[in-house]
Design a protein around this ligand. Structure first.
Ligand SMILES: *Cc1c(COP(=O)(O)O)cnc(C)c1O
Length: 332
């Protein structure tokens, strides 16, 4: 894969670590050997997966002469926090449109990522109700800022267009290089599947380096068939953008929707158990909305015997721990 065809900023200090999780593996019965790719340790205030995508999206914005970034997300969005973070570093203004997906969930004084938006100096926050046309809302904001003489650039929710997903195709290549360098064979990769750029990027990138490692996406909101179509559509677009000779097979896109619970960002008992287990065995902080539910899926799949005994399974930790501080009552 040739990433030099695209504008890119350099936000990484090198590959993120791949660590064994022996205590967690033992606690879960020792049937599989768990590893974790620590994308929670990526640079950008408090880390997380959006940094890889923003290397490409913000580079594109700068190339187009933007001085202002507009993006959107949920009220505790890690993507909004990291977009605010890299905008600050690049000297760009940042405006957020927040979708109140759970009615009444936006609180101006809330902790977690919400507090960090303010601390990182975002220039404006507009809160809209759940189900709003987010692209339309951001376009309105862009028009408003253009009239004031600004040059805005819109990054879609989660930076999950083909440009942002390049970051996770690059992560797939990075991961394979690490596994090859240490002679570690991985039989299965588990990732959270939200706005889909991470999942689509990993599947496409692994195909692009001919790694035959199956990827399971754990949904955080949508039903299985809907999410698989979203991931597959983005993966095909990304494969075309990269000019891959072999595209992505529909059957390589696999999602599980059993761990969503009542809905996006709503806590489940399995999420709480997963967050506590990771913290108490490996001292790794997950989050309540994405990595916690994905880890709940990972743990359940292990208990169900989904992975053959003795398998090496890699969990992609996408970050998000600041959101824990907006959910204290859930864990106490
Ligand atoms: C955005 C996010 C995800 C999901 O990644 P997508 O590319 O949107 O599917 C997972 N974990 C965390 C912590 C996130 O912020």
């Amino acid at each position: 894969m040739d990433f030099t065809q695209f504008p890119r900023r350099r936000y990484l200090n090198g590959p993120t670590p791949i660590e064994a999780m022996p205590e967690l593996s033992r606690t879960l019965g020792g049937k599989v050997n768990l590893y974790v790719k620590r994308d929670d340790l990526l640079p950008g205030a408090a880390g997380g997966n959006k940094t890889r995508k923003l290397e490409f999206c913000i580079a594109d914005a700068l190339e187009k002469g933007a001085d202002t970034i507009i993006t959107c997300g949920a009220v505790q969005s890690n993507h909004c926090r990291l977009t605010a973070s890299w905008s600050a570093k690049e000297g760009l203004d940042c405006h957020l449109v927040l979708e109140e997906r759970v009615a009444g969930s936006y609180k101006k004084e809330a902790s977690g990522n919400n507090f960090l938006f303010e601390l990182l100096g975002v220039k404006g926050i507009k809160v809209v109700s759940g189900g709003s046309d987010m692209m339309g809302e951001m376009a309105d904001k862009a028009e408003e800022l253009s009239a004031l003489g600004k040059t805005p650039y819109i990054i879609p929710g989660g930076a999950s267009n083909a440009t942002g997903a390049l970051g996770y195709a690059a992560c797939a290549e990075e991961t394979m290089a690490q596994l090859n360098a240490r002679g570690l064979s991985i039989e299965h990769i588990v990732v959270p599947s939200g706005s889909a750029g991470t999942h689509a990027g990993m599947v496409t990138g692994l195909s692009g380096v001919n790694a035959n490692i199956p990827v399971s996406g754990v949904n955080v909101s949508r039903p299985r068939d809907v999410q698989e179509e979203i991931v597959y559509t983005l993966a095909r677009e990304l494969a075309a953008k990269l000019g891959l000779k072999t595209g992505v097979d529909r059957k390589d896109v696999v999602c599980f929707d059993r761990y969503v619970g009542p809905g996006y960002s709503i806590p489940t008992d399995a999420m709480v158990e997963a967050v506590k287990l990771f913290a108490r065995t490996e001292a790794i902080l997950l989050d309540p909305v994405y990595s916690g539910k994905a880890a709940a899926g990972l743990i359940d799949l292990i208990r169900q015997g989904h992975f053959p005994e003795g398998s090496n399974v890699l969990f992609l930790h996408t970050g998000g721990s600041p959101a824990l501080f907006a959910y204290l009552d859930t864990f106490r």
